[in-house]
Design a protein around this ligand. Structure first.
Ligand code: TXA
Ligand code: MG
Length: 343
């Protein structure tokens, strides 16, 4: 983490034994701490403490009706959070297959929650994060951690300690700096106790991979199918603080380029734009991301934060392919541009 212009108020801990111990102590006192995960940084608090939960909602300025994902360190702990008795036939098998293949990892499972747990919804969303240091803290505190992404509501999710500080500096008790997140976009949220498993939010694990492991078809929630099953999908998300943001096809970006705006896209689209449209306008900024969706995802939110360095500029996001490996990225770009991708 290096940022000279920013006065760091929130305590930054490292992943050493003493750093982890201190983070756990803060969490035990109902404090809130940003922790690295393999997707994005999460803002952790004791999921069983109303005081800690209130602090998370307040720090993020998060709408009260948007529920949080519970993070645990083992599949056994996760299963205790679900209402086993209410599970339809076959749902336990789904849980076991998915937990075995994808946990720890970027998959969040949703099913009816066990009696007695807090929260207005009848369901609960649970996952096991991958980084060893976050798992160590989960084991140390030995209670589930509620962890939404560690950003102010509506802003891009953070994939580094510096991104967390950009929107939550002074609003949270501490950050454990675990370097840059590998995945770059959030977990896939999957509802498992319906006749067909249903993706509520696109994420790092694709529908095809899920279907392969489950050996059954997996559907994706479409907006037209009625009320949103995942409340968070109704809100503005991932928007950097710049002038107008739009999602355009590669061909359309020529105008923005000539007018000197900021353009984020795949390297091959940016290279073509530059090759076909010379000379280069003096004030245009292009941010070229990898042509491969996995690497594109890793740097996407960082690019959105970089675009904020030119707050007066318009931001143009170049439309990626619409094939499945790009589904989560297309969803995030569409939402950043203020639209709804239908999921
Ligand atoms: O990768 C991730 O999932 C990250 C890291 C930190 O784990 N977390 C994350 O949390 O993205 P958040 O709060 O930014 O997004 C959680 C999403 C929201 O869309 C929320 O509405 C949905 O999960 N969700 C939470 N509980 C739910 C439930 N019981 N039923 C349906 N959707 C739920
Ligand atoms: Mg979020």
């Amino acid at each position: 983490m290096n940022e000279t212009a920013l006065e760091v108020i929130t305590k930054v801990l490292d992943g050493s034994e003493s750093g982890k111990r201190e983070a756990a102590a803060i969490l035990r006192r109902d404090g809130i701490v940003a922790l690295p995960t393999e997707t994005v940084y999460g803002l952790a608090g004791n999921a069983l403490s109303l005081k800690a939960l209130n602090k998370i909602y307040e720090a993020k300025n998060r709408p009260a009706d948007n529920p949080l994902i519970w993070h645990v360190h083992s599949a056994e702990c996760a299963l205790k959070l679900f209402d086993r008795k209410a599970m339809r036939e076959g749902v336990l098998k789904r849980f076991e297959l998915l937990a075995e293949h994808f946990w720890p990892g970027p998959l969040t499972l949703v099913a009816k929650k066990a009696p007695g747990l807090p929260g207005a919804l009848a369901s609960i969303a649970v996952r096991i994060p991958r980084p060893a240091l976050t798992l160590d803290i989960l084991r140390d505190v030995n209670f589930p951690l509620a962890m939404p992404s560690a950003n102010l509501s509506s802003r891009p999710s953070p994939t580094s300690c510096l991104h967390v500080l950009k929107t939550l500096n002074g609003r949270i008790d501490a950050i454990v700096d675990g370097g840059t997140c590998d995945g770059g976009v959030e977990s896939t949220v999957l509802l498992i106790d319906e006749p067909r498993p249903k993706i509520l939010r696109q994420g790092l694990i694709s529908r095809t991979k899920l279907a392969l492991v489950l050996d059954e078809s997996v559907i994706t929630h479409q907006k037209e199918q009625g009320p949103l099953a995942s409340p968070g999908q109704a809100y503005l998300h991932y928007a950097p603080a710049v002038g107008r943001i739009s999602l355009q096809s590669a061909r359309e970006t020529v105008t923005a380029w000539r007018e000197g705006h900021t353009i984020i896209g795949r390297k091959l689209d940016i290279d073509e734009l530059k090759r076909k449209n010379k000379p280069r306008p003096s004030c245009a900024l292009t941010i070229a991301l990898d042509n491969d969706p996995e690497h594109f995802a890793q740097t996407l939110y960082g690019a959105l934060y970089e675009a904020e360095e030119r707050p007066q500029s318009e931001l143009i996001l170049v439309m990626p392919p619409t094939s499945e490996p790009w589904a989560a990225i297309l969803d995030r770009l569409t939402r950043a541009a203020g639209g709804s991708s239908g999921f």
